[in-house]
Design a protein around this ligand. Structure first.
Ligand code: ADP
Ligand code: MG
Length: 448
């Protein structure tokens, strides 16, 4: 199949040709005609398989073919969970809009609010945004969504994980009319929370799933290594940095402070490493991402802030210095390599603190994972045994002359989103038990 088979208009076709693409990827082959036919979509395919164009192309085609419902309101809103991803999607979109009459704007948290008000006053057709900031502008009446034709949620599940459901609902309600079309995209869309939300947002959606998130990504070679402790993880990392034939490398850690510490350690060894975390201001975040994508740094040390969507074509290796606490992020982290048909390596270090996350990943991937060893690094840790429930003995219930009491479960103090420092430091929690307000307060600071 060729792009020309979609019946796209000529300006769109010439941009696609200019990008050097002739054959649509599998997700594009299925999602583009379904979206062009006006269906709402829940679309998933593996990382690096071209989902961005699978929503940008039908969006432009719809604008070209249909008359605007309103002269003032945006016609397409694209939302992403992180600012870095929004910037990337925006730059792809700009390739299509720069030689048209359409205006496209980027509205991100962490940037000047008043400048954004001015930009919104120009009545752009396209808005690419992170949900928190866009919802703020909507609340303050800086734009309206009565004329919105397409609402696109990239990495939809992550936005829900980060607690943006309130903002998404607000945006959805402001654009609630029968001509509104909604598209949800991600590599991992099969958890219950997404389904519940999809029911609220989408009308008779079509599901386009190229393969499930559990399917092996044939371009990414995964290797897992056990480690006794932090020192041993560092020794393993040193080993890989010396022995692996690599281009650029992304190292994921559990917390923000670890990114700083590790990047400093590597820099002291004359390695060209930078740390990216949500703690930095937006200018610093932009600068780090720009210079890394231009190849000015060899190594990016980061948290799950960078796990989603980023398309950095020279990343040959992803190293999970710590395993992700949110299981799906494993698929997204390693998906920063092996993109658009290139090959990549994903190395994961598993210490005692990672064991539970590792077992969750193993279950998610539906495969038994074997560990690789490095010669000269002696590891004693062999994994943790699942804890057996303690047998209840009759005498445990008898305290002197008192009557036996029911065996009360110990009170477990759970960490919630309120305790997290960063998306990367999230505990695995039952998401539904939190109130939307709790989630929102804790996460907006970081990711909007
Ligand atoms: P995903 O969102 O599925 O992770 P992206 O949309 O970021 O993937 O695309 C991954 C890479 O594939 C990008 O570099 C993009 O330019 C490239 N790409 C997109 N469509 C095609 C295509 N039809 N043929 C070849 N490469 C493509
Ligand atoms: Mg993507």
């Amino acid at each position: 199949m060729q792009f020309s088979d979609f019946g796209l208009d000529s300006a769109l076709m010439s941009t696609i040709e200019h990008m050097g693409f002739s054959e649509p990827t599998q997700i594009q082959q299925q999602a583009i005609p379904a979206a062009m036919a006006g269906h709402d979509l829940i679309a998933s395919s593996k990382t690096g398989s071209g989902k961005t164009l699978a929503f940008i192309i039908p969006a432009l085609q719809r604008l070209n073919k249909n008359r605007a419902l309103s002269k003032r309101d945006p016609r397409v809103v694209i939302l992403t969970p992180t600012r870095e991803l929004a910037k990337q999607v925006f730059s792809q979109l700009r390739l299509f809009t720069s030689n048209t009459q359409y205006k496209a704007v980027l509205i991100l948290g962490g940037e000047n609010f008043n400048d954004q008000v001015k930009v919104l006053q120009k009545e752009p057709e396209f808005i690419v945004a992170t949900p928190g900031r866009l919802a703020d502008h909507l609340t303050q009446g800086h734009f309206h969504l009565n004329g919105l034709e397409l609402l696109i949620l990239d990495e939809a599940d992550r936005m829900l994980d980060l607690g943006f459901s309130k903002e998404l609902t607000q945006i959805n309600n402001a654009a609630d009319h029968r001509k509104r079309q909604t598209l949800l995209f991600s590599a991992t869309l099969d958890h219950a929370q997404v389904n519940d939300f999809a029911k609220e947002l989408l009308k008779k959606p079509k599901r386009v799933a190229i393969e499930s998130a559990h399917t092996e990504h044939e371009d990414i070679t995964k290797r897992f290594y056990l480690a006794d402790n932090l020192t041993q993880k560092e020794a393993l990392l040193q080993h890989f940095l010396v022995t692996e034939k690599s281009q650029q490398i992304i190292i994921f850690t559990a917390t923000r402070s670890d990114t700083e510490r590790l990047a400093k350690l590597l820099t002291e060894q004359d390695l060209n490493a930078v740390a990216l975390s949500g703690e930095l201001n937006q200018g610093q975040r932009n600068q780090i991402m720009d210079s890394f994508s231009k190849g000015q740094h060899k190594i990016l040390v980061t948290t799950d802030l960078a796990s989603r969507g980023l398309d950095l074509i020279n990343v040959s290796h992803v190293i999970n210095f710590d395993m992700p606490k949110h299981t799906e992020e494993f698929v997204h982290r390693i998906g920063r390599t092996g993109r658009a048909g290139t090959k990549g390596d994903a190395i994961s270090l598993v210490g005692p603190n990672d064991w539970l996350s590792f077992k969750n990943v193993e279950a998610f991937l539906q495969q038994k994972i074997a560990f690789t060893k490095v010669e000269g690094i002696k590891v004693k840790f062999k994994g943790l045994k699942p804890k057996k429930p303690k047998a209840i003995k009759a005498k445990d219930n008898v305290v002197q002359n008192k009557k036996p009491v029911a065996n009360k479960p110990r009170k477990v103090i759970k960490k919630t989103f309120l305790d997290i420092e960063d998306a990367g430091a999230m505990k695995i929690i039952k998401r539904k038990k939190l109130t939307p307000d709790q989630i929102e307060d804790a996460t907006k600071k970081e990711q909007d």
